[in-house]
Design a binder for this molecule. Structure first.
Ligand code: ZN
Ligand code: MN
Length: 475
């Protein structure tokens, strides 16, 4: 019997506002524990929260880029649970009236993974275990979060990966988070169940909490689905529980029975007013959005004929994709530019960080001028690569390395001159050719190409070389 995966992902993303969500404390990361704290974010009695408007705007932008409906009215609620990382005894979150609802992210197969909701909430503090002590750092308490909840639509680990990569890409384009997964600014909880293919009902699921690497998430999903299939095949039942992923063993392990929604005793946060969003405000935020990178990806592939793999590489980094857009303006063959960026420029930007920062010494105009020479067949693509490397080293335009003579069309006399030179200086290749090793002609053609920077007409060069060699035979 075959089974399929039923998976939904809740993604928490830290917003890069300057101050926290309910107080004016700094959100900057620091190693000095409990230094970015005040009575509000450590939950002292008698303090009152004030909602950070920027956090609301950022959440709306996340909703817009994921095709959500933005609710005109929403509110904050208290989610009660007792844990030392939460000084107040409750987290201020959103329960039944979230800011954004009913969006989706489209996968390249055309399948849409639904986004049930995006709500705003505060992050909790961090527990640090040292010997037999537990220390608490409240610097993270009150950092604004959005929680993006997908529907249980993900049916394979490949779909999970694509969903997460696209979500990350969309969020990176709107610039509302630094998205440093290894530092925990994007963390996922994954709900997993399995069912027999063809069935529609949802079976008992488990939740794997708090993972901050796409690779770990994928491994955890694979492991957990297999574990559940084995239980069912052996006649057992999956227990509803919260589990954690153990990275170094690549397994999931039970943590606790899963809370039901009633355990949280949600109640309306009485210290904050209703959030009311006007259409005018939504329109203003819409105008601030960049072009949707997933639309851009389709455009690169379908309209510009960039291979999908290359298009994804260009899209992945917003600054690079913008630079590419500027450079190809007016060109007929954008692929020439794509190849130069992915080849020569990427080679100089070896790390993800360098690609994201994208500090290079060639302007889009200079790169366009160079690509135009290739487009007009004045120089070869290979020659352009070597020139680009010099441009990157020296910050000078191509005119410093290619003279007017270089890009002048080459005449037949010049080709004949180089063919003679090729024959004179390569007696071995000539002898090989004369002793019926005809492929020896290739190295002679190569010689002429090198001398002419690849501009000589290959057919004419070959014919000229052959007639020169044949003439030697008869003389
Ligand atoms: Zn504070
Ligand atoms: Mn949450």
């Amino acid at each position: 019997m075959k089974y399929e995966l039923v998976c939904g992902i809740e993604t928490h993303i830290e917003l890069s506002t300057k101050s926290k969500i309910f107080c004016s404390c700094n959100t900057k990361f620091t190693n000095s524990a409990n230094s970015n704290c005040c009575p509000v974010c450590i939950g002292l009695p008698g303090t009152l929260p004030t909602l950070n408007k920027k956090a609301v705007d950022y959440a709306i932008m996340a909703g817009l880029i994921t095709n959500c409906k933005i609710n005109a009215i929403s509110k904050m609620d208290r989610k009660n649970y007792f844990y030392p990382d939460l000084a107040k005894g409750y987290q201020i979150s959103q329960y039944d009236m979230p800011l954004c609802e009913n969006g989706y992210i489209e996968l390249s197969s055309g399948k849409k993974i639904s986004i049930k909701r995006i709500h705003i909430e505060e992050d909790a503090g961090k527990l640090i275990y040292k010997n037999d002590l537990t220390l608490i750092d409240y610097n993270r308490a009150g950092i604004p979060l959005i929680e993006i909840v997908s529907g249980p639509d993900i049916q394979s680990s490949d779909e999970a990966r694509e969903y997460l990569e696209k979500l990350k890409l969309l969020i990176s384009y709107i610039g509302i988070s630094d998205l440093k997964m290894q530092e925990g600014s994007m963390r996922c909880d994954v709900n997993i169940s399995i069912r027999k293919i063809g069935e529609n009902k949802l079976n008992t699921h488990t939740e794997i909490k708090n993972m901050n690497s796409i690779t770990f998430i994928i491994n955890a999903i694979k492991y957990e689905a297999d574990r559940q299939i084995k239980i069912i095949e052996n006649g057992g039942e999956v227990t509803k529980e919260t589990r954690k992923y153990i990275e170094n063993k690549n397994i999931t392990e039970s943590m606790r029975a899963k809370e039901s929604i009633n355990d949280y005793r949600y109640l309306r946060e009485p210290d904050l007013v209703t959030i009311s969003i006007t259409q005018n405000h939504i329109d203003k935020l819409k105008k601030r959005l960049p072009q949707n990178p997933l639309d851009k990806l389709k455009y690169y592939v379908n309209e510009l004929s960039i291979p999908e793999h290359d298009a994804k590489l260009l899209i992945k980094y917003k600054k690079i994709s913008n630079f590419f857009d500027e450079t190809i303006n007016g060109l007929k063959k954008p692929k020439i530019v794509a190849n130069l960026i992915i080849g020569e420029i990427f080679a100089r930007l070896s790390t993800e960080n360098l690609k994201e920062e994208f500090n290079i010494s060639v302007s889009s105009k200079d790169l366009r001028d160079l690509a135009l020479l290739v487009e007009n067949k004045k120089i070869t693509a290979n020659y352009a690569k070597s020139v680009l490397l010099k441009m990157l080293d020296t910050k000078k335009p191509y005119t410093s390395f290619i003279s007017v003579d270089d890009i002048k069309d080459i005449d037949d006399d010049t080709i004949i001159k180089y063919c003679k030179m090729a024959v004179d200086s390569n007696p071995k290749a000539v002898n090989d050719y004369l002793s019926s090793r005809k492929q020896a002609i290739k190295s002679l053609v190569g010689f002429v190409m090198k001398k002419t920077n690849g501009k000589a007409n290959a057919d004419f060069t070959k014919k000229t070389l052959i007639s020169l060699i044949e003439a030697m035979k008869t003389s």
